[in-house]
Design a protein around this ligand. Structure first.
Ligand SMILES: [Zn+2]
Length: 429
C-alpha cells in the first residue's frame, strides 16, 4: 500500500491517492499510511498511452531496444506503448509479435502492445496473418505497415474487412508512393528555394480520402497516422460528419515545428535533425492541426518516436534517415502547443494522450480516469518549470531530437505502472 500525497487530478484541487494491489483504492484529502510519495502539487494524469512508437527491436538494437524505448516512455509519462511493426524481421506473424510481447513482459518499463504488419514484409503484395496475430498471446488489435503506405486499394479494402472479425483497426501511413518518389521535404516555397524534391500535401490527402471511403464502404475502423496537413484535417472532418468510423493522430512535432527550419534554424540549414516522414509542413498547417486536435477532429497525440543512430542522422540531408525521437518530450511539446495557447486544459490532454488512444487500441487496463477502482497507472507532471532540452540525460539509445537547446515547459515528476513507480523525481526507478 502506498499514499501519493498532494497531487492535483487533471489540474484540480490537491488530494491524496491511496494505491493498493496496483489499483487506486481511495482518493481524498488527508490520507495517511506507512509509505508515502510526495507529489508536490503536481498534476496527476492517467498514464499516457502511445499509439505509435518505434522500439526497433528486433533488428536495430543499436538504435533502440524494448528496454531503452520503454525506459524512455516511462520518463515521458507513458504507461503503455504500441510498438510499430517495421522491425527486422517484420512483425507480420504470430511468432514475431509474440516475441516483442514477451520482451515487453520481461524488460519493459511500460506495457508493450505490438502492432501487426498489414502485408507480408511490409511489401504491399499479400495480407499478413492478421487473424493469427489477433489470436496470439500478443492479442494484436492495431495493424499497420507504418513507414510504408498500403497503397493498393484492394489490399487496403481486404485488410479493413478482415480486422472487423476481431474489432481491429488498420492504422494507415498515408503517403501516395508515386507522388513522393525521392521526396525530401514539404513541397512549398521553402523546398523551391532550397532545391529539394518536394513532398506534396496531396500525396497524404489523396490516400486519406480514399481510405475514409473504403472504411465507410466496408463498415470498418480506420486510424490515420501522423496527420500533417490542413487538407487532411478537412477530409477527416468530412468523414466524421458522415458518422464513419475514422480516427486520427497528430505528432507533437507537427504541432510545433515548421518546414522553414530546414532553411534556417539554431542548428543551421539543411540539418537532417528536421528530416521526418511525413515532413514538417507550414505554419498554416500547424495552426489547422492544433485547431483539429482541440475540436476533436484529430483524436489523439501519438509520438512516432523514431530513434536512429548518429551515423544515420548526422550525414548529408539527402542520405539521412527520416524520423525523430519524441517520447521524453511529448508532454512538454503538447503543453507548449496546446495548453500555453489556451486550446486545451489538462482534462483535454488526458483524453487525447491516454483515454482515447487506449480506446482506439482496445486496451482494457489503460487510459482509465483516475478514480477508485481504476488501475493505478498515473503520471505526475509539473507544468510550472521551463528548462532547456538536454538529450544527454535521455533514456533512449538515440539522440535525434529536434528540440535540443530549445526551452520547453514542464517536467514528468513520476510515473506509476499499476502502482509500481517506474519514474520518481524525474529519474528511472
Ligand atoms: Zn509513419
Amino acid at each position: 500500500m502506498m499514499i501519493i500525497k498532494n497531487v492535483r487530478i487533471l489540474g484540480g484541487e490537491p488530494v491524496d491517492i491511496r494505491v493498493a494491489d496496483g489499483v487506486i483504492a481511495e482518493i481524498g484529502p488527508g490520507l495517511e499510511g506507512p509509505e508515502t510519495v510526495d507529489g508536490g502539487g503536481a498534476i496527476a494524469l492517467p498514464g499516457l498511452v502511445d499509439l505509435h512508437t518505434h522500439l526497433r527491436e528486433p533488428g536495430r538494437e543499436d538504435a533502440e531496444t524494448v528496454q531503452t524505448g520503454t525506459q524512455s516512455a516511462a520518463r515521458g509519462g507513458y504507461t503503455a506503448v504500441h510498438a510499430m511493426a517495421n522491425t527486422s524481421p517484420v512483425a507480420d506473424t504470430a511468432g514475431v509479435v509474440e516475441q516483442v510481447w514477451r520482451l515487453g513482459r520481461e524488460f519493459a518499463h511500460c506495457d508493450v502492445h505490438p502492432v501487426g504488419a498489414v502485408t507480408v514484409g511490409l511489401e504491399g503484395r499479400q495480407l499478413a496473418e492478421l487473424g493469427a496475430m489477433a489470436d496470439s498471446a500478443a492479442r494484436v488489435r492495431v495493424f499497420s505497415d507504418d513507414g510504408k503506405c498500403v497503397d493498393d486499394a484492394v489490399l487496403m479494402r481486404r485488410a479493413l474487412e478482415y480486422v472487423k472479425a476481431f474489432d481491429g483497426v488498420v492504422a494507415q501511413h498515408a503517403q501516395e508512393p508515386r507522388l513522393t518518389e525521392g521526396a525530401q521535404m514539404n513541397e512549398g516555397v521553402v523546398s523551391g528555394r532550397l532545391g529539394l524534391t518536394g513532398w506534396p500535401a496531396v500525396a497524404e490527402e489523396a490516400i486519406i480520402a480514399r481510405d475514409c471511403l473504403l472504411a465507410a464502404h466496408v463498415g470498418s475502423r480506420l486510424h490515420v497516422c501522423h496527420v500533417s496537413t490542413a487538407g487532411s484535417v478537412e477530409i477527416i472532418r468530412w468523414a466524421k460528419s458522415k458518422g464513419w468510423n475514422v480516427t486520427a493522430e497528430v505528432t507533437p512535432h507537427h504541432l510545433l515545428l515548421t518546414d522553414d527550419l530546414v532553411e534556417e534554424s539554431p542548428v543551421g540549414a539543411y540539418n537532417p535533425i528536421y528530416k521526418v516522414n511525413p515532413p514538417l509542413r507550414t505554419r498554416a498547417d500547424v495552426e489547422a492541426l492544433r485547431a483539429a486536435l482541440a475540436d476533436g477532429t484529430i483524436d489523439v497525440v501519438a509520438t512516432d518516436h523514431a530513434p536512429h543512430p548518429v551515423e544515420d542522422k548526422e550525414t548529408e540531408w539527402s542520405a539521412a534517415a527520416m524520423g525523430m525521437i519524441g517520447l521524453e518530450t511529448a508532454l512538454s511539446v503538447v503543453q507548449e502547443a496546446m495548453v500555453e495557447t489556451g486550446l486545451l486544459d489538462w482534462a483535454g490532454i488526458a483524453q487525447r494522450m491516454s483515454v482515447v488512444p487506449a480506446r482506439i487500441g482496445r486496451l482494457s487496463g489503460q487510459g482509465q480516469p483516475l478514480e477508485a477502482g481504476a488501475p493505478a497507472n498515473i503520471t505526475l507532471y509539473d507544468p510550472s518549470v521551463r528548462t532547456e532540452v538536454d538529450p544527454s540525460a535521455y533514456a533512449s539509445k538515440s539522440r535525434n531530437t529536434p528540440y535540443e537547446g530549445m526551452t520547453l515547459p514542464g517536467r514528468v515528476v513520476a510515473t506509476f505502472l499499476r502502482g509500481r513507480p517506474t519514474v520518481l523525481e524525474g529519474k528511472l526507478v
